[in-house]
Design a protein around this ligand. Structure first.
Ligand SMILES: Nc1ncnc2c1ncn2[C@@H]1O[C@H](COP(=O)(O)OP(=O)(O)OP(=O)(O)O)[C@@H](O)[C@H]1O
Length: 545
């Protein structure tokens, strides 16, 4: 009977393997290299590496009966060898019956859970460890040796070989050398991975933080003294320190986002950045990835793995703006993460946990959306734990003067101007207007006026109430005789608003896709949604698309 020691040139082979290992940059290639080189010894039938990782396919794993914790198990990550009785058999596959081993189960699980090597010198005599005696006999396998992959006292996995020859304990020395090199390369790679992930997370957080700073700089607190606004602020104060979900309702531009930020700033989570996601700003096929992230290669264009917004908001608040736009097929996934705090990235089976507080906002009538079958009722109840209704500006006219002054100050500071003022008469005029675009429209109007005025009293160009689209277009097209075909800046703005509104009305407020307003206007849907915000255009509640 041949022995393992009879392998010719074993020391040279192992030395050259160790040198080759040092050149490897990819972990997968390193594992493959180790198993392939070991399987090249004529006496080795099969060489394998398993790594300890979180359980991922527990429900379909055929070792489930032997698995007690279902938290972590051994994942087969590299395999090489050849069958002597079935030449078609592919022993490099990683998806066979033993792709997972429970910790503590059989030889491999035992090595992982004890951190101690196992040698079966001669399977014909020592049958304790052999689960598949027939397989071993047919494949003429006599020996088994396995070493744990240990780095700084922590077991990371197992390296094992099945041999056609009997073994003695001296095999463990060579196997230990290879296992130690593999373990330290693996530990380095894991550390680099972790650093890379932290770096990406920081980068993402920084981006959100920068956006947040810009927002905060341009927001500058909630202004207003009206009774209806005070009621909103009382509700904010009440709900902020709890972890309850909040649904902020109201027309576009009323200040729903500002309310959401105020809740976050007064909450126990205020030390972390609030993450915002505008549910109307990306196409439906990207929703899942945007929310939950994706694994590398999970779809065309997914060149690298990506953290989703839920991960970025872990321990903080996630603001779901325009929540009524979430496609029905994603609503169940959202409900699950809200109820159980669990989700999976696109293209990954691993379940991740998060602790996120949700503040959602919408200008849609969500109850109506539920009735129409476009919004899940259970999700609606989950979000609507504490509803806050932000009133339109026309319902709090006494705030208009304060807001106008506030925006004048913001704009003059931003543009380094000091000499501009609003008259009492102008404020009275502002209070007469109905503000279909609400506070945002007022903000934009003041900012435009600051740009347009050289000094002294602001030049306000207040739109007329309830001006029709055709009227606006007609007017804008009309001035040819009076001003030689030239439109003023204000007329241009009015014309663009009227044209955008006409496009939206023509296609029943459909933004994306074929026949949508973006297509009719020849612009990107995201540009259109931003433009709608600036212009204070939003779908009327009775339009249900
Ligand atoms: N009470 C307020 N005090 C100061 N600024 C306000 C107030 N309300 C709204 N704003 C300003 O008006 C603009 C629109 O507010 P915000 O984005 O919060 O509205 P929204 O209701 O979330 O709009 P949308 O539904 O279009 O997302 C912002 O510039 C915000 O700073």
């Amino acid at each position: 009977m041949k022995s393992f020691d009879a392998m010719y040139g074993i020391d040279e082979a192992i030395n050259s393997l160790l040198l080759e290992m040092a050149q490897q940059r990819s972990m997968d290639r390193l594992f493959q290299l180790v198993t392939t080189r070991l399987a090249e010894f004529p006496t080795v039938a099969l060489a394998r590496i398993w790594l300890i990782k979180p359980g991922d396919v527990c429900q379909t794993c055929n070792m489930m009966a032997e698995c007690y914790d279902q938290e972590t198990c051994l994942h087969l990550v590299a395999s090489a060898g050849r069958s002597i009785c079935d030449l078609e058999a592919d022993w490099t596959r990683l998806d066979g019956e033993h792709r997972r081993f429970p910790m503590g189960a059989r030889k491999v699980g035992h090595i992982a859970s004890t951190g101690k090597p196992v040698v079966v010198e001669n399977m014909e005599q020592d049958t304790k460890w052999i689960a598949y005696r027939d397989w071993a006999r047919k494949e003429e396998i006599l020996g088994f040796a396995g070493q744990p992959l240990v780095f700084r006292g922590e077991v990371l996995g197992v390296l094992a070989i099945f041999t056609h020859v009997t073994l003695n304990h001296s095999i463990l020395y060579n196997l230990r050398l290879i296992a130690d090199h593999t373990a330290s390369a693996l530990a380095n790679a894991l550390a680099f991975d972790e650093i890379e992930q932290l770096r990406k997370k920081l980068e993402l957080e920084n981006t959100y933080l920068r956006d947040e700073l810009l927002e905060v700089a341009s927001l500058g607190g909630i202004v207003g003294k009206s009774a209806v606004l005070q009621k909103v602020l009382n509700q904010v104060e009440l709900v902020a320190p709890t972890n309850a979900s909040v649904l902020v309702l109201g027309e576009s531009g009323t200040g729903k986002e500002l309310v959401a930020r105020e809740i976050h700033h007064r909450s126990l989570r205020h030390n972390k950045t609030m993450i915002k996601v505008n549910c109307a700003s990306f196409p439906r096929e990207l929703f899942a990835s945007e929310f939950f992230g994706h694994a590398k290669g999970s779809f065309t264009g997914a060149m690298t793995a990506r953290e989703g917004r839920f991960s970025a908001a872990d321990g903080s608040t996630l603001f779901l703006d325009e929540v009524g736009e979430i496609p029905l097929e994603l609503q169940s996934k959202l409900l699950r993460v809200l109820q159980e705090g669990e989700y999976e990235r696109v293209g990954e089976n691993l379940t991740r946990k998060v602790d996120v507080r949700i503040i959602a906002a919408t200008n849609r009538d969500l109850k109506h959306e539920v009735k129409a079958g476009r919004f899940r009722e259970d999700l609606y109840f989950r979000l609507n734990v504490f509803p806050i209704e932000v009133p339109p500006l026309r319902a709090r006219r006494e705030d208009i003067g304060l807001l106008a002054d506030h925006f004048l100050q913001l704009s003059t500071r931003k543009m380094n101007r000091t000499d501009l003022k609003l008259t009492v008469g102008q404020i009275a005029e502002l209070q007469q207007y109905d503000w279909p675009g609400n506070v945002r429209e007022l903000h934009n109007l003041i900012e435009r006026a600051v740009i347009a005025t050289r000094s002294g009293t602001l030049k306000l160009e207040l739109p007329k109430n309830a001006e029709g689209v055709q009227e606006a277009i007609g007017k804008a097209a009309g001035p040819a005789d009076t001003k030689q075909g030239v439109l003023t800046e204000a007329e241009m703005v009015k014309l663009q608003r009227a044209n955008t509104l006409a496009a939206l009305q023509q296609c029943d407020w459909k933004i994306y896709g074929e026949g949508g307003a973006a297509e009719i206007l020849g612009i990107k849907p995201t540009t259109l949604t931003t433009r709608m915000k600036t212009m204070g255009l939003s779908r009327p509640l009775n339009i249900t698309r």
